[in-house]
Design a protein around this ligand. Structure first.
Ligand code: TMP
Ligand code: ASP
Length: 257
């Protein structure tokens, strides 16, 4: 495989390489699972393959409904080709139901529907543990411009509406999720805000609507086991993979494209 160029960056769950053409990158999905700012770490065989497929599926659907994204195409089991963007150093968290950090921070019961959808921002800085920040901090320190904030909020709301419906249709509650955005520069010097990174069970909370069973990375964070089975079930319900196919050891077959 010679589509990859120089290794540019290795993150906790992905590696970035130069792409075959200028302005492109190859994203490689690893099997590493981390939590609590990397303190907890395990290799979970098959996770990278599943996230690559699930994220491809979601970015493709979002692209079809007019959400600008960095995604170009999936290259193979673990890799996708994306447009190179300048990552805005924020995690945009969208919450429909109380869980995780908002539940502990505000003393809410996990599973309680929030009075309305809440959008939060964390400043992307591993050394600081990605602290929660207010729009005031973002504006004061110039992490994103006013128009970029408007773009991110509008896109996050549309993505939430679409994904909530998509998952509800397959019996899954979209509790919360994290988005990252980038600046895509075009040749004429224009900049636009595009969805970047990934959307997968690593970056969402997904609960089975019938049983409230967790089908996301909380299975790892909370030592519940069965992460690959849960991710494979999400993929199966999305129609990406066959029922008995967990992505390991031979990997998923394409059942529907
Ligand atoms: P939290 O409840 O821990 O703040 O997480 C909210 C959502 O954001 C949850 O779906 C997990 C996701 N998330 C990430 O994808 N990466 C992160 O670094 C954090 C903190 C959360
Ligand atoms: N992935 C993040 C980390 O490694 C946090 C998380 O998702 O819990 O810290």
């Amino acid at each position: 495989m010679n589509h990859k160029g120089k290794r540019l960056y290795e993150g906790k769950a992905k590696v970035l390489y130069e792409g075959p053409e200028p302005g492109t990158l190859v994203v490689h999905f690893k099997d590493d699972a981390t939590a609590f700012n990397g303190e907890k770490h395990e290799i979970i065989e098959g996770k990278g393959v599943l996230n690559n497929r699930i994220s491809e599926f979601i970015f493709t659907r979002l692209g079809e409904m007019g959400i600008p994204t960095h995604f170009i195409k999936r290259l193979n089991m673990r890799e996708q080709l994306v447009r190179k963007v300048e990552i805005i150093p924020l995690e945009v968290i969208v919450r429909n139901v109380a869980a995780g950090s908002i539940a502990s921070r505000l003393g809410l019961r996990e599973g309680e529907r929030l009075p309305r959808t809440i959008i939060e921002y964390c400043y992307k800085d591993d050394a600081l543990g990605d602290p929660l920040v207010a729009e005031e901090h973002i504006a004061a320190f110039g992490w994103a411009s006013g128009p970029e904030m408007d773009d991110m909020v509008q896109l996050a709301v549309r993505i939430n509406d679409y994904l909530s419906g998509l998952f509800a249709g397959i019996g899954i509650r979209l509790v919360d999720f994290k988005l990252e955005f980038g600046r895509q520069y075009s040749q004429d010097g224009m900049v636009r805000t595009v969805l970047a990174d990934e959307i997968s069970p690593d970056s969402c909370r997904l609960w089975d609507m019938g049983t409230d069973e967790k089908m996301d990375k909380d299975r790892f964070r909370r030592d519940l086991g069965g992460l690959v089975d849960a991710y494979a079930e999400v993929a199966r319900r999305l129609g990406i993979m066959g029922g008995d196919d967990k992505g390991v050891p031979n990997g998923p077959r394409l059942v529907k494209s």
